[in-house]
Design a binder for this molecule. Structure first.
Ligand code: C5P
Length: 226
C-alpha cells in the first residue's frame, strides 16, 4: 500500500477531526489537527494581553518567534495533546473564549506563514491526515485525497454545544451558534488562504449522517487510492 496525504477541510464543527482521527488510526497514519495550532496561538494572544480595547490583535507578529507548538501523545486518550511552549493546553484551547478570537488571529498572514511551514514539515513524509481550512488549497495542494466537509449551521452548532457542555463549560446554544457563524464568515472572507473548496475536493455533507456511515464512505475513498 502506498502512503498518501489526506486533506480534510471544511466549516467549523463539521466533525472533521473525529473522522480524521479515525481514519489516521485505521491507516496507521499521523493525524494533525491544524485548528489546534491556530487555537494555541490565540491562547497565547489572550494570555499575553495582545488584544487592545478596540478588540484588535496587537504586537503579535514580533512575538511569534517566542511561540513553540508541539503535539505529544496522551497515553490515556490515545490522542495527541497540543503543547504551547511546553505546556499542555489541550483543554484550554477548546473553550469558547479561545473560539471567539481564533479566526481573527488566523487571518494574520505572518501567523499563517509560521504554522503552514510547520504543517508542511509534519506531513512531508506523507502517511498523514491533516484537517483544517486550507489544507487542500495551500498546505498540501497535491494531496491525493481531499475532502470538503459541510453541514447546516444549526447541526454544527448543536454538535459543538453538546461537546462544550459535556466538558463542563457553561455556554448557551445561541452563543455557540453565533460563534460558529462568525468564524465561518471570517474564515471564508479573509484575504490570506480563505476557506474555499479545492477544485479536486470531494464535497461531503454530513448533516444527516451518523459517524459510522461517514467513516465507511470516507475510508472507501481512501482505499480506492492507496
Ligand atoms: O478546526 P477548528 O475549528 O479548531 O479551527 C479553529 C479556527 O482556526 C478556525 O475557525 C480558523 O479560523 C482557524 N484555522 C485556519 N486554518 C486552518 C485550521 C484552522 O485558519 N488550517
Amino acid at each position: 500500500m502506498k502512503k498518501i496525504t489526506i486533506a480534510i477541510d471544511g466549516f467549523s464543527s463539521t466533525g472533521k477531526s473525529t473522522i480524521a482521527k479515525q481514519l489516521a488510526k485505521k491507516l496507521n497514519y499521523v493525524y494533525v489537527d491544524t485548528g489546534a495550532m491556530y487555537r494555541a496561538v490565540a491562547l497565547f494572544v489572550l494570555n499575553n494581553g495582545l488584544i487592545n480595547e478596540a478588540g484588535e490583535v496587537k504586537n503579535l507578529v514580533e512575538k511569534l518567534p517566542e511561540i513553540t507548538l508541539n503535539f505529544k501523545l496522551n497515553e490515556e486518550t490515545g490522542n495527541a495533546d497540543t503543547y504551547l511552549n511546553g505546556e499542555n493546553v489541550e483543554k484550554e484551547i477548546r473553550t469558547l473564549r479561545v473560539s471567539n478570537v481564533v479566526s481573527m488571529v488566523a487571518a494574520i498572514s505572518e501567523v499563517r506563514k509560521k504554522l503552514v511551514e510547520q504543517q508542511k514539515k509534519m506531513g512531508a513524509e506523507k502517511g498523514v491526515v491533516m484537517d483544517g481550512r486550507d489544507i487542500g488549497t495551500v498546505v498540501f495542494p497535491d494531496a491525493e485525497l481531499k475532502l470538503f466537509m459541510t453541514a447546516s449551521a444549526k447541526t454544527r452548532a448543536h454538535r459543538r454545544y453538546k461537546e462544550l457542555v459535556d466538558r463542563g463549560e457553561e455556554v448557551t446554544f445561541d452563543a455557540v451558534l453565533k460563534n460558529v457563524q462568525e468564524r465561518d464568515h471570517l474564515d471564508s472572507n479573509r484575504e490570506d488562504s480563505p476557506l474555499i473548496q479545492a477544485e479536486t475536493a470531494i464535497e461531503f455533507d454530513n448533516s444527516d449522517m451518523g459517524l459510522k456511515e461517514q467513516f465507511e464512505r470516507i475510508y472507501n475513498f481512501a482505499l480506492r487510492i492507496i
